[in-house]
Design a protein around this ligand. Structure first.
Ligand SMILES: [Fe+2]
Ligand SMILES: [Fe+2]
Ligand SMILES: [Fe+2]
Length: 416
């Protein structure tokens, strides 16, 4: 994908998805946006050249993608974070193998490292990229803001607290930039007013020029992983749905362009789950009424998030309909036969196929025969007979795809 217009649209999609992840984040809403604004200003004040500043901006904009549980959010919002590693490792894992984010991955992996730990041999300083120091400081500025609201002069109290931590938590060389930047009212004003969109577009542009073009598929895969990591039962779900949907489309003779779009739709179909608390996604038993309503909202939110970029209009329509059924028993819109495109049948069947063959908190993966019985019972009333026939004819070619996708070993920490 070296076509400049495709690159432009990939950039726009990337920026739009980063913004959505922040806006819908059920754990730390708006945190990524504010930390990005703080990090950018600190980096600029220090005099970082633009290329290095761009890396910092991108890392800041997604730095907590590895935080999953409410308990983690509670810990991350404390003055002293006792155990930040799980969300750093998880964030780095999500970014692994995606070329454009290779450098960013190392920043996410160590974004809470304390300066003291690099001095006392607990962390090797050469493992900690420069951007980590700016990001850690920016992150704490945002968190501390909430801790000093009752003080007579909250900004000064915050500055005092942070000042006392240079040489312990923070890199001493950043003290001057911190003092200069934070004494101006503009610094705090900009945290709300700087355009997240513009900062990101320009940083992504610089990064792509530096590291080479990125394709839409890699971007979609990244966001699919962010969602999948919200529950350890679904660590490769979206990745598998994308691969299965593409393969079904191939068996059905669809052109390559459509097949790739279906793969992307598979990666992104559950992106709305970013707004569903992990406790609901992980609940081992049946969901109560309210939980079920929240869970089902994810399809609508997927459609909403993907409608944020023109480039994804068609993909978003399919993705947002993956729980619709031809007999209007699905959700969110209960749309009927007249609105069914065959891509929706393929994606919906790929989703059910994958889910049945994956483990869930309440059951093991189903045996092939049992899965086939359930898939068969869905057609022709709920989903297309033609798609079912393809799955039935090629079941044993489709099934191994799930294991292939699992080869991206989510539990492995060897690349960290
Ligand atoms: Fe963090
Ligand atoms: Fe953070
Ligand atoms: Fe779903």
């Amino acid at each position: 994908m070296k076509d400049p217009s495709e690159q432009l649209s990939t950039k726009r999609v990337l920026v739009s998805l980063i913004k959505s992840i922040d806006a819908y984040n059920s754990l730390l809403k708006d945190h990524h946006r504010r930390v990005t604004a703080f990090a950018y200003q600190l980096g600029a004040e220090y005099g970082l050249p633009y290329k290095r500043l761009s890396k910092l901006v991108i890392a800041a904009s997604i730095h907590d993608i590895g935080a999953i549980y409410v308990a983690e959010r509670d810990e991350l919002t404390q003055i002293d974070v006792v155990n930040p590693e799980p969300h750093e490792i998880n964030g780095a894992r999500i970014l692994s193998g995606i070329p454009t984010f290779e450098d960013i991955r190392a920043v996410i992996r160590h974004h809470h490292v304390r300066y003291e730990d690099t001095q006392r041999g607990r962390v090797n300083p050469s493992d900690v990229p420069e951007a980590c120091w700016f990001l850690h400081l920016a992150d704490r500025i945002d968190i501390y803001t909430h801790h000093f609201t009752d003080s007579p002069d909250p900004k000064e109290a915050l500055r005092q607290e942070i000042r006392s931590r240079f040489g312990k938590d923070f890199l001493p060389e950043l003290k001057g930039a911190f003092e200069r930047a934070t004494e101006s009212a503009q610094f705090w004003y900009n945290a709300e007013e700087l355009s997240f969109q513009e900062l990101l577009l320009s940083a992504v542009d610089t990064e792509m020029r530096e590291r080479g073009p990125t394709d839409l598929e890699s971007v979609a895969l990244l966001f699919g992983r962010i969602v999948d990591s919200k529950s350890h039962w679904t660590l490769t779900h979206s990745q598998s749905v994308g691969a299965v949907a593409e393969r079904i489309a191939q068996f059905m003779g669809f052109p390559e362009k459509t097949r790739i779009k279906l793969r992307i739709a598979g990666y992104l179909h559950d992106i709305g789950k970013i707004a569903v608390p992990s406790e609901i996604l992980e609940k081992p038993g049946p969901l109560d009424g309210d939980e079920l309503r929240k869970m089902q909202e994810h399809a609508l939110i997927s459609a909403l998030i993907l409608s944020g970029s023109d480039e994804l209009a068609e993909i978003g329509r399919w993705a947002g309909s993956h729980h619709e059924r031809r007999d209007r028993t699905g959700y969110p819109l209960k749309c009927g036969l007249d609105q069914f495109e065959s891509e929706i049948d393929i994606l919906a069947y790929a989703d059910v196929f994958t889910a049945l063959l994956e483990a869930r908190p309440y059951r093991e993966p189903l045996p092939a025969e049992e899965a086939m019985t359930i898939l068969k019972s869905m057609c022709p009333a709920k989903l297309s007979q033609d798609v079912f026939n393809v799955i039935s004819d090629h079941f044993f070619e489709l099934q191994p795809i799930l294991n292939d996708e699992n080869e991206w070993d989510p539990a492995s920490a060897m690349y960290l």
